[in-house]
Design a protein around this ligand. Structure first.
Ligand code: HEM
Length: 408
């Protein structure tokens, strides 16, 4: 088998600004039909489920956060320090310890108690646009809703949700953008955010509650389980990780339904489809279409030698479609046979907020399906790039306000 660099692989321009929406689908599906590997200027894309999962899980690879910063000649400053201390960039025993402190607050069972707050926030946000029968769904609902939820989970004032959203939006770009152009903006947001987290920790120390920040403070004060600097960064990771992501997935989901009105009608008629519908959205349009790794050891896989420093982009968009019948159709009632989605990652860095995100999406869809009939696009959705978090900038929709069906 020739070395990786000599393999004749199809290639595509990952940085092509037009690579989004329909064109993104067409391009990726054509690559998938051609094989399981493709080349991009950034690294090698793996396209099938098994290979994507292998590279996400292998101990021979790490998340390339600091490596990417170093490529942009960033070796110090708030952005670099924050990346170095980001839970995604930590492995081994420290990583296990940090996860174990956050995990109990975000298990499937633990997030159940947040459902009433989810229902309340989604109802409040919807009430502001219900009578109009049209809105930009991103600005009206997808954007404010997850930051209100993360503020509630963390014990931050609800009035800070707007600022949390702004910081999340800018800081998440550290994984997606040209850092030569955006470094200053991200650096400033990280500095502001550290000051904010210090204030939040002081407030919760003075007045502890039943929230995640108070629990982390208790772990910190309880001895050697969490240092001060780890605590600050863990709070940052959860607050930042839980906003843009859910926003993007909810917006992409409503877009899919606006484009497939018969699917929305099915959801309105059959509320038991809410959970499968959330899984179908996550499967069909993952907002993390590429999850990256860099090899720290040479890897032999399927007879190919992947050298140290190879950047791997695990394509969840194509990987999610592997092994399910009629996989290129968006269908909330399809029996998908439980194929594991890669949208939340795989292996030790599997998303800590997956249960919270799923619950938020279920509550939002359940409420909206009961109140919006005749959901349609009211113009074109504006797509963000597929690098990092693949969200929508705007999503104009129209709908007919509806009354929920009586229970029973
Ligand atoms: C639909 C919504 C979401 C999606 C698609 C998503 C996706 C992901 C993915 C793909 C990873 C793994 C990245 C990697 O392995 O390189 C991840 C990690 C993470 N996510 Fe999420 N996420 C979502 C929502 C959330 C929420 C709501 C929170 C917070 C409550 C959160 C917090 C985190 C954290 C802290 C990590 C790092 C885990 C670690 O390094 O061990 N995410 N997420």
């Amino acid at each position: 088998m020739p070395p990786l660099e000599e393999l004749d692989l199809p290639s595509f321009d990952y940085f092509d600004p037009e690579l989004r929406g329909v064109r993104f689908h067409e391009q990726m599906l054509a690559l998938r039909d051609a094989g399981w590997l493709a080349r991009t200027p950034l690294g090698i894309v793996v396209l099938d489920h098994e290979a994507a999962e292998f590279f996400l899980r292998t101990k021979s690879a790490i998340f390339p956060g600091t490596k990417i910063a170093e490529l942009f000649d960033i070796h110090e400053g708030a952005l670099y320090e924050q990346l170095r201390r980001n839970i995604l960039c930590i492995d081994g025993e420290d990583h296990r310890r940090l996860r174990s402190l956050v995990n109990p607050a975000l298990t499937a069972r633990a997030v159940e108690r947040y459902r009433p707050a989810m229902r309340q926030y989604i109802a409040e946000l919807f009430a502001a646009v219900a009578a109009d029968g049209r809105c930009d769904f991103v600005a009206a609902i997808a954007k404010p809703y997850p930051s209100m939820m993360i503020a509630t989970v963390m014990g931050a004032p609800l009035g800070d949700a707007d600022r949390l959203h702004k910081w999340s939006n800018v800081i998440q770009r550290q994984f997606a953008s040209n850092l030569f152009d955006e470094r200053e903006r991200i650096e400033r947001a990280v500095e502001e955010f550290y000051v904010y987290v210090d204030g939040l920790l002081a407030a919760r120390r003075a007045d502890p509650g039943d929230d995640l920040v108070s629990k982390l403070i208790a772990a910190e004060e309880g001895g050697d389980r969490l240092s001060d600097i780890e605590c600050v960064n863990l709070v940052l990771n959860v607050l930042i990780g839980g906003v843009d992501t859910t926003q993007a997935q909810l917006a992409q989901g409503i877009r899919l339904f606006a484009e497939h009105p018969e699917q929305w009608d099915a959801l309105r008629r059959r509320p038991e489809l809410i959970e499968p519908a959330v899984e179908e959205i996550i499967r069909y349009e993952p907002i993390t279409p590429f999850t990256s790794r860099i090899l720290v050891e040479e890897v032999e896989y399927r007879g190919i030698t992947f050298p140290v420093d190879t950047v791997i982009l695990a394509c969840t968009f194509t990987g999610n479609r592997d092994g399910t019948p009629d996989c290129d159709r968006f269908d909330v009632a399809a029996q998908r046979g439980g194929a594991r989605t890669l949208t939340f990652g795989a292996g030790i860095h599997y998303c800590l907020g997956a249960n919270l995100a799923r619950a938020e999406l279920q509550e939002a869809l359940g409420f909206l399906a009961s109140r919006m009939a005749d959901l349609r696009l009211d113009g074109e959705a504006s797509f963000d790039t597929v690098h990092g978090i693949y969200g929508l900038d705007t999503l104009p929709i129209t709908f007919a306000p509806a009354e929920p069906a009586p229970a029973g």
